[in-house]
Each structure stands twice: as C-alpha cells, then as structure tokens.
Design a protein around this ligand. Sequence first.
Ligand code: ZN
Ligand code: ZN
Length: 98
Amino acid sequence: MTHPHSVKDTRCLIHPEREAAALCLSCGQYFCRECVTEHKGKVLCTLCLNKEKDSTARKRRLPRLIRAGLAIITGLIVCYILFYSLGTVLSLITDAFH
Ligand SMILES: [Zn+2]
Ligand SMILES: [Zn+2]
C-alpha cells in the first residue's frame, strides 16, 4: 500500500534530521512527534501552540473594562454596606438615646 502524501519523505521543520510524524493543522507544516502537541483535539506544532496560548491569554486579559467596572460596582456595594451599617448603628445609637 502506497501513501501519496506519505510523511516518510518529509522532515520536521525544527529538526531536519528527524522524520516528520505529524502535520500541524494550523500552519500546515510537518513536524516530528516531539514537536507536535494535541491541543483541544487539534494537532498543533509548538509554535502554533504558543500562538494559541498567547491568543487565549490575550482574550483573558481583554475584558479589562469589565473588571474595572466590577471593581467600581464592588466598591459601591462596599460603600453602600458601610453607609447602611453606619446608618443602622447611628439609628441604634439615636434610638438608645430616646
Ligand atoms: Zn503549526
Ligand atoms: Zn521536531
């Protein structure tokens, strides 16, 4: 049985002395077994995996505005609770005086 697109003739992009074992689904380059990793069910080379990690890290860093908004809301809630408890304490004190 012959493979028209056999990876036997191809070499790893990073290790030219090694036979390619897998094809990166992202960049379409051949890599040896050591250079590819399965990531979320996809076979990716180290370079593409790093890119993927970068993009996910960037995605995680993106909602800065949301986090800032959450911080403001949390601050407001804390202030509200503080003022509310302060008001309760003050009303208790004034009640005690009556
Ligand atoms: Zn790749
Ligand atoms: Zn390699």
